[in-house]
Design a protein around this ligand. Structure first.
Ligand code: AMP
Ligand code: GLY
Length: 427
């Protein structure tokens, strides 16, 4: 098979790396790809959202499967246009991508189908939204309705914080049009995990549960980011919790989307909150793989991912074998100091080769650029230093040992990735 991956981040690098290992695959292309993606032929002039460019490459290179990495092209209908051109595509239609593209659509869908989720209210006017958080008088969550690169969410302890967030989103338009409408939600309590269900619209194959670390600083302090590190499997998702997630969330969602005429094919990413007594509810849906969870998942998974991607794209997932797993993996993100707000780029990166000398370590590139003999930083999240191991503890120490060999000016990393897993007896 010949596979084209659309996107350029750490998640797409992880997908390219995994796809390139499949015995079914003879060539991997990435559009635009990145300088760090040594496993693919990159086409830097074609952006992930450029349907015509993707179709042109797919035809010229006789591509059998196109995998769309990021959410924006999916929300824009790139998968629909590629399918209309006769290509096999991994990724949902624009209609199905609303599960991520509009937080209101997702919450309304969840309530129509009885999927466990918090109460929510939608506002288009600042004054009414402020009045509502004042009336709630306690903790709440304020969300920009549209796509904001995972950053348009403020988890608030009380009305003053909520009002400040609303003013920033609706008044100052920090997230542009994405914040013209906001959602105010009840604040869920518990521990978060990410769960991945690959579907062809009918059948479902699930991957190992993972846990992301979304806040910028240790101890889950600081601002929400795209994700500062991840590990899999996440033992907080016990067998009993997983059963409930499947029965109460994944299957009703896949069935509901089909019944509403928007069959979901691709990967449904369920952001879960698991209450202290083990009851899961949905924090958010995404319609693509997680970043950086995917970096951990591809190292944790021993078997082949390609039959699942291809099966979902062609509606033949039922026949695909569930991949075997490799025990555990941990990804530590190295970010530019200042992220998720302002940061500098162009810093020379040292130590990548030394870190990758460990055969259980792979470094995925999120925001780097080749310059002269090596790489310089070019984004907020720069590298995902990822290691596998027989258990989370071993994978974690390998990942940190490798991450500590890599350096650049003003590098920031969390020191507590996967700590919660180690504190739980079962891992
Ligand atoms: P989202 O972009 O919707 O995933 O939100 C980002 C983060 O905000 C989530 O990972 C949670 O940590 C937090 N969050 C979002 N919604 C809620 C909620 N209703 N209750 C508690 N935390 C939430
Ligand atoms: N890791 C969070 C996300 O991919 O949205």
């Amino acid at each position: 098979m010949r596979v084209l991956v659309a996107g350029s981040g750490g998640r797409e690098h992880a997908l390219v790396w995994k796809i390139a290992q499949s015995p079914l695959v003879e060539a991997v292309y990435a559009a635009p790809g990145s300088d760090g993606m040594r496993e693919a032929t990159c086409l830097p002039d074609v952006k992930a959202g450029d349907s015509e460019g993707l179709i042109r490459i797919a035809r010229a290179e006789a591509v059998d499967l196109v995998v769309i990495g990021p959410e924006d092209p999916l929300a824009d209908g790139v998968a629909d246009r590629l399918r209309a051109a006769g290509l096999a595509v991994f990724g949902p239609s624009a209609a199905a991508a609303q599960l991520e593209g509009s937080k209101y659509f997702a919450r309304a869908f969840m309530s129509r189908h009885g999927v466990p989720s918090p109460g929510f209210w939608r506002f288009a006017e600042l004054a009414a939204a402020i009045a509502h958080v004042r009336e709630m008088a306690g903790p709440c969550v304020v969300k920009a309705d549209g796509l904001a690169a995972g950053k348009g969410v403020a988890v608030c302890d009380g009305p003053d914080e909520a009002e400040a967030a609303l003013r920033e989103m609706m008044g100052d338009r920090r997230f542009g049009a994405a914040g013209d409408e906001v959602l105010i939600e009840e604040r869920l309590i518990g521990e978060e995990a990410s769960y991945y269900a690959i579907s062809d619209g009918t059948h479902v194959v699930t991957l190992a549960p993972a846990q992301d670390h979304k806040r910028a600083l240790d101890g889950d302090r600081g601002e929400n980011t795209g994700g500062m590190g991840a590990y899999a499997p996440a033992s907080i998702v016990s067998e009993a919790v997983e059963k409930r997630v499947l029965e109460e969330i994944v299957h009703p969602t896949i069935r509901g989307m089909r019944e509403e005429g928007m069959p979901f094919s691709g990967v449904l990413y369920v952001g879960l909150m698991i209450s202290p007594d083990g009851v899961p509810s949905v924090v958010e849906f995404n319609v693509r793989f997680g970043d950086p969870e995917t970096q951990a998942l591809v190292l944790q998974m021993d078997g082949d991912l390609v039959p699942l991607l291809d099966g979902a794209a062609r509606g033949t997932l039922e026949a695909a074998a569930v991949p075997s797993v490799n025990a555990a993996a941990v990804c530590v993100v190295l970010a530019s100091g200042g992220y998720p707000r302002g940061y500098e780029t162009g810093k020379r990166i040292s130590g990548i080769e030394a870190a990758e000398a460990d055969p259980d370590v792979v470094i995925f590139h999120s925001g780097t650029k080749r310059e002269g003999p090596g790489f310089v930083t070019s984004g907020g999240r720069v590298l995902g230093v990822t290691a596998r191991g027989p258990d989370v503890a071993t994978a974690r120490s390998r990942a940190y040992a490798a991450a500590d060999r890599v350096g650049f000016d003003n590098v920031h990393r969390r020191r507590d990735i996967a700590d919660r897993a180690l504190a739980r007896p079962s891992s």
